[in-house]
Design a protein around this ligand. Structure first.
Ligand code: XLS
Ligand code: NI
Ligand code: NI
Length: 435
């Protein structure tokens, strides 16, 4: 496989001093960090939509990207060439996983039936390439936001015919995900939200989404799909207010409808910041609720209020993300999916390699630093000290539910309080010394 990116050979780890832009400085797949190799920890995945479908168009201008399939006109031919190029790209990059939406891999046909036939043909080709390269499917999903029929949402649409169509589409997407051995299935509520409450009944819409999830659980069981079901929170865009706003909102939703045992969350860096949180906040909120399933590894731009889906290159953020992931005992069967796209002026095919290499190296560095932080027990020791008052005396009684307001009043009357400093600046300096 050396047809579409002839100038690039397999990307290798060359160590920190290498200046070869087509090498890894940090990501050394077989190197052990603690008890697992880097590739086992990181489980990198390429997002089919950005890397093989993204053309650089934005609301102000048309496509800029130069891609090996540009000259091919026939949509099915193009889809096949994309598959071939994709597997050459992923093999050379050395990732073990990829993710797709149904509509990324195959073009829509005149009818629903024809669309599914197109899908089946491409899925067979993908299967062949997966067998040939050993690359696996991290997750599949359905695109329920591009087609005009989803203008008012999919499962949350006020139009029951749209709900039915969305169900049929997800049914098929689950089938192909299973067929390809997908390890997870993702639900991102593309247009599940609203533009104005003047025409929206949130109660009905959310009940309907929950019904949709019930049906998905039933169908997964029926076809014996054993992958993890994931929900990906996002606060806004494309709608003004998305129902899966952030981790806490999704957890509350799952609990209200008694769905919590069936889903984990797929957390995206840029979606966290759009919701007014840090990436780490969202990861930790999921982790402490036993719901951290997978990660869409990207970053936003602090000055832009939308989902810029940039490659994650901020080492502070990748470090704290890996810190949470290590504390979660990994992501498996989830992984780190680069839901990220090269900037519009990074239009050369080689930029696809540069983008992924930058992201992979940033996460590999984050992994090494986070591992060291944990090994040295840096923050663990600090936390232990900080919450010590709950391990003995009155604090222990509070934790164990042995005292109420009256006992605490008695205690408070007799005891003076001595507070300790949070030492935030000192902690930030310690973190710096590790980075
Ligand atoms: C969009 C989402 C999307 C999901 C998959 O903002 O991140 O790409 O990851 O549907
Ligand atoms: Ni995403
Ligand atoms: Ni996104």
């Amino acid at each position: 496989m050396n047809k579409f990116f002839p100038d690039v050979e397999a990307i290798k780890y060359e160590g920190e001093d290498s200046t070869n832009p087509l090498s890894f400085n940090h990501y050394n797949p077989k190197e052990k960090i603690g008890d697992k190799t880097m590739e086992e920890h990181l489980r990198f995945s390429v997002a089919y939509w950005h890397t093989f479908k993204g053309d650089g168009s934005d609301p102000f201008g048309s496509s800029t990207m130069q891609r090996p399939w540009d000259d091919i006109k026939d949509p099915m031919e193009k889809a096949k060439i994309r598959v071939e190029a994709a597997f050459e790209f992923m093999s050379k990059l050395g990732v073990n996983y990829f993710c797709f939406h149904d509509r990324d891999i195959a073009p829509t046909g005149e009818t629903f039936k024809k669309t599914n036939e197109n899908l089946d043909e491409i899925v067979d080709l993908i299967q062949e390439k997966m067998d040939e390269t050993g690359i696996n499917l991290l997750w599949g999903t359905a695109c329920l936001f591009d087609h005009p029929r989803f203008m008012n949402g999919a499962a949350s649409s006020p139009n029951a015919d749209v709900f039915a169509h969305a169900a049929a589409q997800v049914k098929k997407a689950m089938e192909i995900t299973k067929k390809l051995g997908g390890e997870n299935y993702v639900f991102w509520g593309g247009r599940e939200g609203y533009e104005t409450l003047l025409n929206t009944d949130m109660g009905i819409e959310q009940d309907n989404i929950a019904r949709f999830f019930d049906m998905a659980i039933d169908y997964a069981e029926k076809i014996n799909f054993e992958g993890q079901l994931l929900i990906e929170p996002k606060p806004k865009e494309p709608t003004k207010h998305q129902y899966d706003f952030d981790v806490s909102t999704v957890l509350a939703f799952l609990r209200k409808y008694n769905l919590q045992d069936h889903f984990k969350l797929n957390i995206e860096g840029n979606h966290a910041t759009l919701a007014g949180h840090t990436f780490q906040h969202e990861l930790q909120t999921a982790r402490i609720n036993n719901a951290l399933g997978s990660v869409d590894a990207n970053q936003g731009d602090m000055l832009l209020g939308w989902d810029t889906d940039q490659f994650p290159t901020n080492v502070y953020k990748t470090t704290m993300a890996m810190y949470e992931i290590l504390k979660n005992d990994g992501l498996k069967p989830g992984g780190l999916n680069f839901d990220a796209t090269v900037r519009r002026p990074s239009f050369k095919p080689i930029d696809l390699f540069y983008g992924h290499i930058a992201g992979m190296d940033s996460f590999a560095r984050g992994l090494k630093i986070a591992h060291k932080l944990l090994e040295d027990g840096v923050f663990e020791d600090i936390l232990e000290q900080r919450y010590k008052s709950y391990t003995e005396g009155i604090g222990k009684k509070i934790r164990e539910g042995k005292v109420g307001f009256e006992k605490l009043e008695e205690y408070a009357k007799k005891n003076e309080i001595t507070n300790s400093s949070g030492h935030q600046e000192r902690l930030e300096a310690i973190l710096n010394s590790y980075i």
